[in-house]
Design a protein around this ligand. Structure first.
Ligand code: IPE
Ligand code: IPE
Ligand code: MG
Length: 227
């Protein structure tokens, strides 16, 4: 009994600190972080409640990082997509994205498109990678599109215009790495999300911790403004 963890969203933070603590370069933390993405995705696909897992991989603000790090993250994403297709097929995971992909290279965009096409029919889990994603950018784009249709600007129509609307409201929002902020992630869809902040750095996050969070979530009293 209790609440159902249908949609879990995670701000995967702490890769750089994980590496620094070990005297490694930041990129080693991102490499390890990508492995954790795989582990958590497989776990979520086998969980009876989870239908959607949205992962914040690259924000609209992350372009401010040193060019070397941004380029490494792009390469890492490309390699991940190249290597992990069998994992998605084996575990029946549909791959999706939110965010403005127009800033990515044509080659990377093609890889993303191929991954979506090859996994589009799977139903066990939808994994949504947030890539060049910012909630403010998403809401501005939705408002622009809605204006062009001439429809009334109300919450219902605006929500329908959001790219993330198709994946529904967030039930559990987790941020690893100890910071307690949203950093422009899913502001609209998290209106009534239950928030969990853990000091665990993303490369150390594991299915056991996810399960503890889900157990805690089940016991929370969600009122949605009622009594
Ligand atoms: C999160 O880890 C991954 C991305 C934003 C791509 P960080 O790279 O932000 O790691 P910290 O916060 O510096 O430790
Ligand atoms: C949020 O982490 C973005 C991602 C996890 C992709 P950041 O490390 O970029 O956030 P701030 O700068 O600490 O708010
Ligand atoms: Mg960070």
């Amino acid at each position: 009994m209790g609440n159902t963890a249908r949609h879990i969203a995670i701000i995967m933070d702490g890769n750089g600190r994980w590496a620094n603590e070990r005297g490694l370069k930041r990129i080693k933390g991102h490499e390890r972080g990508a492995e954790v993405v795989r582990t958590i995705t497989i776990h979520a696909s086998n969980h009876p409640d989870i239908e959607v897992l949205t992962l914040y991989a690259f924000s609209t603000e992350n372009w401010k990082r040193p060019k070397m790090e941004v380029e490494f993250l792009m390469r890492l994403l490309g390699n991940y997509l190249k290597n992990e297709l069998p994992t998605y097929i084996k575990n029946e995971v549909r791959f999706e994205t939110i965010g403005d992909l127009s800033r990515f290279s044509p080659a990377l965009r093609k890889q993303i498109e191929t991954m979506k096409q090859r996994t589009g029919h799977f139903k066990k889990l939808t994994q949504v990678l947030a890539l060049n994603y910012g909630s403010q950018d998403e809401i501005a784009r939705a408002a622009r599109n809605l204006c062009e249709t001439g429809k009334e600007i109300d919450t219902e129509n605006l929500e329908k215009s959001l790219e993330s609307a198709q994946f529904g409201p967030v039930d559990i929002l987790i941020r690893t790495g100890g910071e307690q902020r949203l950093s422009n992630f899913l502001l609209w869809q998290s209106a009534y999300a239950e928030l969990f902040f853990t000091s665990t750095l993303w490369p150390d996050f594991d299915p056991e911790e996810l399960e503890r969070i889900i157990e805690d979530f089940k016991k929370r009293h969600r009122r949605f403004g009622g009594i």
